[in-house]
Design a protein around this ligand. Structure first.
Ligand code: GLU
Length: 260
């Protein structure tokens, strides 16, 4: 299977912006093992800005563009250094790919991206993708990595997109406010009723929320790719997810045959 895993800042970093070593080490171990088992893995990783905040000792997530972009430049280095080092323990080679919304809207650049991704996978590398936050201004950026994950999954014709988040999945109500909210295990169709269940942005350092996740689900399921939302605190659940078992919330692909 070709699997795109998107990991959010809330999983990768503590609220301080410093690396969550336990989460990242477990994630790298599971992804390496899934790759050893024959799956093709693409990681869409947030955390550049969050980790830059930690490394530069900034008081919190910056709101102005120059500081955000500066934090991303510092944090992206830290992120790739960490992945490179940890994946190497399992003899896997990472490749950094940074995109903006403009790149994937531009037919020629999009094709270049798709070709490079195919080649990287053929060569056995593990692409790690993020938005190019140091140059992406509001007009040209994708904006959040749930959407970026969906764009990547569509470009590479993935079988599965997994969003590792700070929430177990989609609930019947916001579980932070309604303790009796129930997890919805399977969504066959993102209807207006399902969309009405999405709240706003979740964590203090990340960007996405349930609304961006549902938009991602609509994009990928239309292209024949399943999408699962699960809590990034438990990367080992990726084993069960890859086997199609019930974990988190699975959005079922519309036209599986579209991917062969
Ligand atoms: N690209 C941003 C970063 O690496 C994250 C965007 C998101 O959290 O959705 O910090």
């Amino acid at each position: 299977m070709r699997i795109v895993v998107k990991v959010g800042t809330s999983t990768l970093a503590h609220a301080t912006g410093r690396l969550n070593i336990r989460h990242v080490e477990e994630l790298v171990k599971v992804l390496s093992d899934l790759k050893n088992a024959g799956h093709q893995i693409i990681l869409v990783s947030s955390g550049a800005i969050g980790m830059g905040v930690g490394k530069l000792n900034l008081p919190g997530k910056p709101s102005d563009m120059p500081t955000k972009q500066a934090a991303a430049a510092v944090g992206q280095c830290e992120l790739m250094y960490t992945y490179d080092k940890l994946f190497l323990q399992y003899s896997h080679t990472v490749a950094q790919v940074l995109l903006t919304g403009e790149d994937v809207d531009h037919p020629e650049r999009r094709e270049n991206f798709e070709n490079t991704m195919e080649r990287l996978l053929e060569l056995g590398a593990l692409p790690v993708i993020n938005e190019n936050d140091t140059i992406a201004t509001a007009e040209i950026k994708v904006g959040d990595n749930d959407t970026l994950g969906a764009i990547v999954a569509c470009c590479v014709k993935a079988d599965l997109l997994v969003l590792l988040s700070d929430i177990e999945g989609l609930y019947t109500a916001d579980p932070r406010k309604a303790p009796d909210a129930k997890l919805i295990p399977t969504v066959e169709e993102v209807t207006p009723e399902i969309e009405a269940l999405a709240g706003g942005v979740g964590s203090s350092l990340g960007t996405g929320g349930m609304a961006t996740k549902l938009r991602a689900a609509k994009m990928v399921t239309a292209m024949g790719c399943d999408m699962v939302i699960t809590n990034g605190e438990h990367p080992e659940r990726l084993y069960d997810i890859a086997e199609g078992k019930d974990v988190g919330t699975r959005f079922v692909a519309k036209a599986k045959e579209a991917n062969g």
